[in-house]
Ligand binder design. Sequence first.
Ligand code: UDP
Length: 313
Amino acid sequence: MKRVAISGAAGFVASHLCDRLLSEGYSVLGLDNFLTGAERNIAHLAGNAAFEFRRQDVTLPFQVDGPVDYVIHAASPASPKDYLAYPIETMDVGSAGTRNMLELAEKKGAKFLVTSTSESYGDPTVHPQTESYWGNVNPVGPRSCYDESKRYAEALTMAWHRSRGVRTSIARIFNTYGPRMKLNDGRVVPAFLDQALQDQPITVFGDGTQTRSFCYVSDLVDGLYRLMLSDEAMPVNLGNPREMTILEFATVIIQMTGSKSTLERKPLPEDDPKQRRPDIAKARRILGWEPKVVLEDGLRPTIDYFQGIISRG
Ligand code: UDP
């Protein structure tokens, strides 16, 4: 049985990745300090003999006993609200956290995968974003704690790869949604669903013409799993290329929830990217991967999940 050590295991994306790895027959060591992750995301794994959990802040030194075949560094605050609340922790987990996880991979002779972000492209001037684009990031703006931390994590990963020969991969994850997102993490999917399900005004930031592309979590996890098994060291975009404006997205949410919500304009956050869509030609070519779940199909289980949370109070 191959063993995977994964940080951020109680987070939205990594908890789904744990499920996938376990279903593929891996044993999993999950690490998380619950800064923004939640115990309930992995509660269903408590009785699973192949899953081991350790409460661990990966920015601090730690040891792992026994063999490890894959190391996945997925820990980080990931929503603008969370990383604005924890800017220093965000920078620490991208820097010290990445270093500790890379050292673990090197020591164990394991393959390493880091979950980076489309924020590496900042407010992009190239559209759609290809991996060869270097980005347009404000290094000192409010989002810089996240963007630059992830860019540093990518650079550190490449340094380890080039100078120490560690096998590494870098996923650039675009907007992803699905069950286990935090209702109050401020991101557009939970925010709009929370508001729509309670017939509250839907808060559109700016004029709503900024665009995003939403990938369902099972598609993303499939891409991450394929990348984990691949030999590709340079970054790979993972996301859904269907792009829409935030206003269009609000309309889809209102229709699908049958909500009576109206739209309410709020100021656009500083440095909010105006457009974002992944070019996934590389992932198609080297991983044989592309998203399969259309937005409406992915929103149904997501709506059910948030409905359950709201009705439980
Ligand atoms: N957004 C919005 N209303 C909200 C939350 C977000 O209009 O209540 C917008 C936000 O300004 C951004 C987009 O939705 O343009 C996606 O925001 P999110 O925080 O989900 O993630 P981002 O892609 O900016 O990291």
